[in-house]
Design a protein around this ligand. Structure first.
Ligand SMILES: Cc1cc2nc3c(=O)[nH]c(=O)nc-3n(C[C@H](O)[C@H](O)[C@H](O)COP(=O)(O)OP(=O)(O)OC[C@H]3O[C@@H](n4cnc5c(N)ncnc54)[C@H](O)[C@@H]3O)c2cc1C
Length: 263
């Protein structure tokens, strides 16, 4: 199995500052971490490799300092890493990001499984995984909470998906993209020795030309999303909590609804 895990560097803070002109995140001076959901994606890639053989490549698009999360992935045990980094990628929205990542995956070539986290904790859209799948024409499996079986001969994968009201078992064709939730596994902790080795590893950097990206589809050129304003929503008051017997509570609630003219 040739597996690619897409991972993203995110700010390690809830206190994000927004550039008032471009409405994008100001990342300078903010400590960064591996997107927490992506640790589960790396772990799942490693577990599939352990069961089925093959290789795992960690792929990220970001500024030069995003090489840090690729070192974490190397320390966890991935075989290869690739950093997509070029000024031409700057200002990419989710459409342009998923296009660039899909071109990176095509350049890696002959990929059977792509794994992403459920969502990034900064952008939070959960659009990039499905965007990559539709660009590549891969089967799209979201909210994956368990990989039950992979049959390399029939090219079928069986997964469990975590839904609001329960779990769903799905059999699908490879190649596939899996967006995984945190219930799927417990990510391994890399040893100090592996972390030291990863610190000195050379990180391959691919520019837009290396992945044959169409300049019209990356960066700001390829980003039709227009952010008008970013703001924190106003805090609402806590409301009122009723306590008591069911009949009494129902009565008080209907009075309240009548008063609010909602009934
Ligand atoms: C108009 C606009 C302008 C923007 N400009 C900038 C900008 O200038 N600079 C900037 O850094 N961001 C910018 N962004 C944010 C950027 O588009 C998103 O960070 C990015 O598209 C990922 O979306 P998300 O964070 O919602 O990821 P989600 O879709 O929530 O992520 C899901 C999963 O996809 C994978 N993934 C997501 N992003 C990456 C990545 N980069 N590399 C590898 N895997 C990934 C991860 O596995 C992740 O768990 C901009 C967004 C908009 C809308």
């Amino acid at each position: 199995m040739k597996i690619v895990v897409c991972i993203k560097q995110v700010p390690d803070t809830m206190d994000v500052r927004i550039d008032p002109v471009t409405n994008t995140l100001m990342r300078d001076g903010v400590p960064s971490i591996l997107n927490p959901f992506d640790e589960f994606a790396i772990e799942e890639g490693l577990q599939i490799r352990e069961k089925c053989g093959g290789s795992v490549t960690a792929l990220t698009m970001g500024p030069p300092q995003a090489d840090d999360i690729l070192r974490t992935a190397l320390a966890m045990g991935v075989d290869n890493v690739v950093l997509l980094s070029d000024r031409a990628f700057a200002g990419s929205d989710t459409l342009a990001t998923s296009y660039a990542l899909s071109k990176g995956i095509e350049t890696i070539g002959d990929v059977d499984i792509v794994i992403t986290g459920k969502q990034a904790i900064d952008g939070d859209t959960a659009q990039v995984g499905p965007g990559i799948a539709s660009r590549l024409g891969f089967t799209q499996l979201t909210y994956v909470s368990k990989v039950e079986d992979i049959n390399p001969d029939t090219r079928k994968i069986t997964v469990e998906r975590l839904l609001d009201g329960g779990r769903e078992r799905v059999e699908a064709k490879l190649p596939a993209l899996l967006a995984v939730v945190k219930d799927i596994n417990v990510p391994r902790q890399p040893s100090i020795l592996k972390m030291k080795k990863a610190r000195n590893a050379e990180i391959p950097v691919w520019r837009a030309d290396d992945i044959h990206a169409d300049p019209a589809l990356i960066g700001q050129n390829g980003s039709p999303t227009w952010v008008e304003r970013i703001f924190s929503p106003e805090q609402k008051s806590g409301g009122e909590i009723f306590q008591g017997e069911t009949d009494e509570l129902a009565g008080r609630l209907s009075v309240l609804l009548l008063e609010m003219k909602l009934q």
